[in-house]
Design a protein around this ligand. Structure first.
Ligand SMILES: [Cu+2]
Length: 158
């Protein structure tokens, strides 16, 4: 029975991987040897988390760091520090091919496609995992503060 469950779990992971992008998942060479580990970790997730502060500092609304480079499978965690409400919205015309479809699946609680929710609570966090994400540079902004220059980029590397 245990083997059946493991096989089902692996099949489910494989389906999810195919849906999230056309890039080949770099599956670790551990076929069915570690069913617990495979069930506990989403396919392609590196476990690396990068934090970006959303902040009003010296009169400027900023993401810090404004420009961040990550690897496919990393997680970005935005933190609501001050000057909120803030959010994370991606520019439809400043993201790589295929990224809009990826983000529509990967962004939690979107207000509308590519637009993350507004955060009004101190230290609220917003996380996006980039497993299966198209590589390239993603431009994004904060809806309340775009005109005040609150913008950032993520560069996703293989
Ligand atoms: Cu803002």
């Amino acid at each position: 029975m245990r083997q059946v469950f493991a096989a089902l779990a692996i099949a489910a992971l494989a389906c999810g991987g195919e849906q999230s992008g056309q890039q080949q998942q770099q599956a670790p060479a551990t076929p069915a040897a570690q069913p617990q580990a495979q069930a506990g970790a989403q396919a392609g997730v590196t476990g690396t988390v990068h934090e970006v502060r959303m902040e009003l500092r010296d009169g400027n609304y900023i993401y810090d760091p404004a420009n961040l480079t990550i690897k496919v499978g990393d997680t970005v965690r935005w933190i609501n520090i001050s000057g909120f409400p803030h959010n994370v919205s991606f520019y439809e015309n400043q993201i790589p091919p295929g990224a809009a479809e990826f983000l529509k699946q990967a962004m939690p609680n979107q207000m509308s496609p590519l637009n993350g929710p507004l955060f009004t609570d101190s230290l609220a966090t917003y996380e996006i995992n980039f497993a299966g994400a198209p590589t390239g540079t993603y431009g994004y902004f904060c809806i309340p503060h775009e005109a005040l220059g609150m913008k950032g980029t993520l560069t996703v590397q293989p």
